[in-house]
Design a protein around this ligand. Structure first.
Ligand SMILES: Cc1cccc(C)c1Nc1c(-c2c(F)cccc2F)nc2cccc(C)n12
Length: 233
């Protein structure tokens, strides 16, 4: 039986990441608007665009706090952010669903997503993914580390020094592996199941690209930040 223990530096690393992850949450005003504004496809889309924009801002702030990220080549930092944004945002919004939001915000958010002009063919895989994340009952450390591992994927387009990214990602993978063993001794495959979700995320990012195109065709407006992160317009 492998004796697994978290070293002192791993504990420090985890605290930095979890603090950054929990500090940078969706602003309350956006969450509050979800409950107040009226229901129309356009109003729902506007709210979700605002939510997506603040999710990108939160993602950038979180990423800057990942130990080692800012010491990467500047262009590689941008390539990692652009390449991982959708996946990190799917994880983040899935966690919004898994954490019972107060006063039925979850149901309201689900309703607004379903009624925002997204075609059924994207809604189904999106909500299946949310359900599969909720069913894992991840703790915050796992959520923060899984998002960090997603951001630090070396083979994103245009990343020049993949080795440097791999080195940091490996540190995070080892920490998450230990956490899973300690957290769920009775579920030896739990770590593998978590990483399996990252494969599902790649499929979702293809759906997301198609959603963007279909929104554009219906002449929906995005914010400058969303245009920049996903190279639209
Ligand atoms: C904020 C939100 C939450 C859940 C579902 C959806 C459809 C959204 N909204 C968007 C997403 C998006 C995301 F932010 C996280 C997960 C999956 C996503 F499709 N991406 C974009 C890009 C341009 C405009 C919007 C409205 N939008």
């Amino acid at each position: 039986k492998e004796k697994v223990e978290i070293t002192k530096e791993q504990r420090t690393l985890m605290k930095v990441i979890v603090d950054a992850y929990s500090t940078h949450q969706i602003p309350q005003d956006v969450a509050k608007k979800l409950l107040q504004e009226q229901y129309s496809a356009d109003e729902n889309f506007l709210l979700l665009t605002e939510m997506a924009t603040s999710q990108v801002q939160v993602l950038v702030e979180f990423t800057k706090n990942i130990p080692g990220f800012l010491s990467l080549d500047r262009e590689d930092q941008i390539a990692l952010l652009k390449g991982s944004a959708v996946e990190a945002m799917f994880l983040r919004s899935a966690q919004v669903f898994s954490r019972k939001m107060p006063s039925g915000q979850t149901e309201v958010l689900e309703e607004r997503i379903r009624k925002s002009g997204i075609s059924e063919e994207f809604i189904i895989p999106m909500f299946n993914f949310y359900k599969s994340i909720v069913s894992l009952h991840m703790v915050q450390e796992e959520q923060a580390l899984l998002t960090t591992i997603t951001i630090l994927t070396p083979d994103r387009p245009y990343v020049k020094d993949q080795q440097a990214v791999e080195r940091i990602q490996e540190t995070m993978l080892e920490l998450l592996r230990k956490l899973c063993v300690l957290q769920r001794p009775q579920e030896p495959q739990y770590f593998a199941r978590l990483l399996g979700r990252l494969t599902e995320l790649r499929t979702l990012s293809h759906y997301h690209a198609e959603m963007l195109t279909s929104w554009r065709t219906n002449d929906h407006k995005f914010t400058p930040l969303l245009c920049e992160i996903w190279d639209v317009q």
